[in-house]
Write a protein of this length. Sequence first.
Length: 726
Amino acid sequence: MSKKPKKFGKKDKSFSEKILKILSKEANKPFNYKQIAAKLELNDTKSRNEIIKDLKILAAQKKIIETEPGKYLVKATSQEYYEGIIDMTSRKTAYFVGEELEHDVFIPFVNLNHALDGDKVKVYVYNRRSSRKPEAEVIEILERAKTEFVGVIDIQKNFGFVTTANAKMYTDIFIPKNKIGEAEHGDVVLVTLEDWPKKADSPFGSVIKVLGKPGEHNTEIHAILAEYGLPYDFPIEVEAFANKIDTSITPEEIAKRRDMRNVLTFTIDPKDAKDFDDALSFQVLENGNYEIGVHIADVSHYVQEGTILDDEAYNRATSVYLVDRVVPMLPEVLSNFACSLRPHEEKYTFSAIFQLNPKAEVVDSWFGRTVIYSDQRFAYEEAQQIIETKSDIIPAEISLTGKEYKVDSNIVEATLKLDELAKILRRKRMNEGAISFDKVEVKFNLNAEAEPIGVFFKISKDANHLIEEFMLLANKKVAEFIGKQKKTFVYRIHDEPNEDKLINLQTVISKFGYSINMKSKQDISKSLNNLLNEVNGRKEQNLVDTLTIRSMSKAKYSTENIGHYGLAFDYYSHFTSPIRRYPDVMAHRLLQYYLDGGKSVSAELYEEKCEHSSNMEALAAQAERDSVKYMQVKYMQDHKDQEFLGVISGVTEWGIYVEIIENKCEGMVRIREIKDDYYTFDEKQYALVGEISKDLLQLGDEVYVKVKNADLVKKQLDFHFIRRKE
């Protein structure tokens, strides 16, 4: 059946709101009744008289000002007008989020006026006469959050329309015939929104890229990246520029650096890592203290400001880690080769070198450019083997080479001493109020075609914590070094948790018998750590871990230092991963500039860069989550006949969400699918209640489910409800 753009009918509302909307859009320009009538496309005498009457009423109410006879301006001091962001729901309604308002304000669909999720808008806030609850109307779209969308194209004879899988995108996009390009019916396409005529229900757009057929692996991965405006390849000119960079290690450059090639140095990274940002060096000093070097790839040596390579790195701001691939911030010649601290190669590094006493107290620090030689590359599993067994033998089953081998005794001793010091540093952090988030990560075993053939969980162990503690130490001490000089710097900040979110968390975890002490900042940190420790290994762990993380403020980059709540640090930056994060590159440049005696740089300029980096990090995180969801759905497609035990992870008026215990895949059981009773949602108990049996289905309950539907495009699982666990 063909589909055409719908037309808006005239809305049945008073002229007063329409007049205020017109005056607000051009707040500095006075209008008379004729100009307002023209804007409203009205030319009959009755309507004009109504406009004149309403103008006088609004002026009497002091909502507008009569600047000269018959000409009116909206009152500049009026507090009914606000700027902020649209937060769409999946039900075609929205909320307005504005910094000047205490609470979000509801926006009915008829008041959206073409605004989309995330758009920056100007709204008029008013009280509904029936309920006196505030509502808002969008009177101007100040800035679109995005203009490119991914969806499936339905091609008719003279036009097409694209429907997205995003539940918050309430409209399809109309594509004129001459802008369909090479797309075929049913293709997944990337379209750009070009125009939205005033009376048209659907925006007009054009196809800018065909991504492939729905459900095909590469199509869906590219669609995830395109949805968030993330690239999956480099422009030819950027690749060419990177390939021409001199990556040789020269005597002239070595002479400018602290030479640490003779100091024992090694890396510990994931087994499948290709870019090695960081290395640790270790030596025992004559005074009994330990010199520990945290050596970071000197990306800023190769990526110079003002080049197309730097522009590309800044625009990307981060590498994106999808389930089956990495979309790097830097071209491969740098990320995997020149900058990567590969074993048995000399590399330029930027280092933070610490002298620690046996109590893991920092008694001296040095920052600057170095040159190193990595003696060994470890996977986390190999380093963990040394820590657990105190042995120098790495068995074949965990070896990177697949063969058993013997580790140099000096490296074994260094690894064990670093682990001992890291444990002291970690204990100190926890005692000072740091929160231990060791959330289980879902990982997939993929075959050669990137098909998921198994699921496993990544759990942090001592080897992970060893690296983490020394990276945290470097990030903290670099930030402290600059921060105490009161100079502009790029900080990684994390605000205290929102009290309302903690109360909501308390409501949920109380169902499992847990509680949070909210008397003080220290009590909150302590009780959150106790909570995370108590749920470890229990069926509700992933749910509680996820909800606890969501109750926290979002960490971000800023030049305004407020400390890092989650780590309990007064100063914190990102210095240790410049291959994959642009803020670390900025931190390197600023640190060297200040070491050379430079004056404080413009905070305003760097705050803008921080905001961009935070935004890109958020998009990358969303893409990464979507790729995990996609792979979970793909994995479950092949297990439709299997019965799974799951835990109820969410309860809503339309059904329950169930997370399968053995693989963490989450799906929905719709309320009508539960056949053993008629269930209704009880908001107070956060449960579904059986009308006859009065049985509850609530958070944490264990139930058996089967896959009903696995939608790769929407990345959604629907489950059949089988039975409760006895």
